[in-house]
Design a protein around this ligand. Sequence first.
Ligand code: ADP
Ligand code: MG
Length: 474
Amino acid sequence: MSELTGQSSVSSFKTESFTPTPEVLAAWQAVYKDMRDEFGEAVYRSWLKPLTLQAYYHGTLEVSVPTRFMRDWIQTHYSKRILEMASVKYDDIKRLEIVVVQTAQAVETAPADAEAQKAKGNDNKAVTMDDPFDLASPLDARYTFDSFVVGKPNALAHAAARRVIESASVPFNPLFIYGGVGLGKTHLMHAIAWAMKDAHPNKRVMYLSAEKFMYQFVRAIRSNDTMAFKEFFRSVDVLMIDDIQFISGKESTQEEFFHTFNALVDQNKQIIISADKAPSDLTGIDERLRSRLAWGLVADIQPSTYELRLGILQAKRKQLNANVPDPVLEFLALKVVSNIRELEGALNRIVAHADVAKSAITLESTQEVLSDLLRSHDRRITIDEIQRKVAEHYNIRLADMHSARRSRNVARPRQVAMFLAKQLTARSLPEIGRKFGGRDHTTVMHAVRKVEELVGEDVSFAQDVEVIKRALTG
Ligand code: ADP
Ligand code: MG
């Protein structure tokens, strides 16, 4: 292909008068030959080899490449030097124009067959690949460090992220962040990308999902553009891939990623990866790659704690500028434990509901608005369980939860159990009463109030209740 391309492929979909003169043709052939020495074998092979002389007019040398992506790349990196080289050979050449012409047609066209070329010329299609930064995934403006609440479960990942941004060199490679669904991996990744761009405006920071990486790779294969793909990914300064588990079982994508990974590490470029599992637990990922992924720092984001959930809710309340009473936030932090996304969703729902209904947000309205969500969570905690835990904690007999005994040492724990039953399950007061030896709903109500009161007055009592609550919800 190179011989044909370099020496004689002068595709003439341009009109006759644009056909290069013999002097221009000779100059181009000489330049084409010299480019290899000038730029080196790798650059020549990756970028310059497909360059094809197309036309010459009024001092403009027009050459083509197969994709817009390559055109842009050559334009910014090599075109100035190529023009210099050309004008040294033939000083009428004043400008270099790079156009996009699909390779197959440019190469297959024989210069002698002018008519056929003209017919074919119109078929030349421009571009198969998007602009380089289309390859990236968009960054969410809300996902910054400022909006990321740090707590015990994500402290390590957060600190590692800050290190990567603040270090002059690459502190560990890769940084591997993992954790369950909705725990803030993507948020943290975006925050890193934003901060990197801020702190190092000259660095090329590339963030994309593993899914998009694979999609781009497959598309590059289809359009015969893997060379550009490879070059592009090997030219970034910071490569960030979100949800790497997506390429499980996708062997050729893994292979490609593996090579990209190694090339970047060799050049001391930072790589940051996220996944839903630790490297060693990633099934369907090649052993070689898995061990590479664990080379640097592996930081997990653990399931959230009550404190972190409350902190996130408080931050979110501020952001929404919504009037949500503290007890409602505490209630949500206690109830919606599965993941942060769901927690945020719950808060958004009650705020939106109050907005539409033009009513204040209360604990009652919250329970009502979120009843479906809460019920699905409550299925996990039963009154039996609560009674068992409470009895255990206070070291009383389980039977005393149902008994009529009124002595303080059994009555108080029973009230705590009723309180927790009200808080942690969706049971009504009469239902709860029945479970406690057929007591009246007013008794339950009284118990709930009493416990609330004591929690406010007695720190050690409050701690007891909290410990039991956590044992049940955690
Ligand atoms: P993952 O990628 O781990 O599935 P996301 O990053 O998409 O999770 O997080 C889900 C939602 O929870 C996002 O809206 C995110 O902003 C929010 N979130 C998660 N962790 C935090 C945190 N520590 N501080 C603030 N918001 C958080
Ligand atoms: Mg995510």
